[in-house]
Write a protein that binds this ligand. Structure first.
Ligand SMILES: NC(=O)c1ccc[n+]([C@@H]2O[C@H](COP(=O)([O-])OP(=O)(O)OC[C@H]3O[C@@H](n4cnc5c(N)ncnc54)[C@H](O)[C@@H]3O)[C@@H](O)[C@H]2O)c1
Length: 242
């Protein structure tokens, strides 16, 4: 049985849980890390039915991440695929961003990829196999006003992914980032209305849903993408083309 570890997979309408459901349906074991002390009903069902596990874990907290990952290695074993999905978005004008807001968003969106990625990648290097998928964003290529820290963190994730691919490729490990556009989850709450509505800027004529992302993560996790690494894959219905 193959195992995927998904960070930020508790939110009912979120990309993490949408992806978790897809992998569980395909017969994979799903491990989810998220902030809540206890998982929500849907998340609980997915991890139980897939013979996986839920861990309450702030992925920006090194001590907690270390202890969770070592528990996973001890009780479950090898993680075939890591989906670094947890992320937050704060809508604040550049000139008003506080140091605290900056640190929080950078730590959750970027530092977590080191904290969770390092122990998992070390184990993958020993086994000479594995796949890592990092959550970037369309915002990491061309972000919107009032999301300066988000866009900076996601741009950094895209760059980090390229370097991880270069360093880990020789060990048979593939690393890619995904760059979703507007996916209908709770993360966009509080966004100012765009001048041109997002849907009018989307050639495919609709906003994305979590299935659209889960399908791409599934492809990246599997052998059909075995010659693909270091890429930043847009999932934007055509809104972003570079
Ligand atoms: N929805 C979109 O339009 C969109 C677009 C581009 C990129 N993304 C990225 O996709 C990822 C998932 O976003 P989503 O839209 O599903 O958002 P969401 O808010 O529905 O889910 C985010 C999840 O991350 C968890 N989380 C937040 N901080 C955490 C922490 N410190 N430790 C552990 N878990 C934490 C939340 O509890 C939640 O379950 C994010 O990285 C986001 O930046 C989303």
């Amino acid at each position: 049985m193959k195992t995927i570890l998904i960070t930020g997979g508790n939110s009912e309408r979120g990309i993490g849980l949408g992806t978790a459901k897809r992998f569980a349906e395909e017969g994979w074991r799903v491990i989810i890390l998220d902030l809540a002390k206890e998982p929500g009903d849907v998340c609980k069902k997915v991890v139980e039915n897939s013979n996986g596990a839920y861990y309450s874990c702030d992925v920006s907290n090194k001590a907690r991440v270390d202890s969770v990952i070592s528990d996973i290695f001890k009780k479950i074993g090898f993680v075939d695929v890591l989906f670094n999905n947890a992320g937050i978005l704060q809508w604040v004008p550049f000139v008003d961003v506080t140091e605290e807001q900056y640190d929080r968003e950078m730590n959750v969106n970027l530092k977590s990829m080191y904290l969770v990625g390092q122990p998992i990648a070390r184990k993958m290097m020993e086994e000479k196999r594995g796949v890592i998928i990092n959550s970037g964003s369309m915002g990491g290529k061309d972000g919107a006003a009032f999301q300066s820290v988000y866009a900076a963190s996601k741009g950094a994730v895209i760059q980090l992914t390229k370097i991880m691919a270069k360093e880990l490729g020789p060990y048979g490990i593939r690393v890619n980032s995904i760059c979703p556009g507007i996916i209908q989850t709770d993360i966009g709450a509080g966004a100012p209305d765009p001048v041109v509505p997002w849907i009018e800027r989307t050639p495919l004529g609709r906003l994305g849903d979590t299935d659209d992302v889960a399908g791409v993560v599934w492809f990246l996790a599997n052998e059909d993408s075995k010659y693909l690494t270091g890429q930043a894959i847009n999932i934007t219905g055509g809104m972003m083309t570079f």
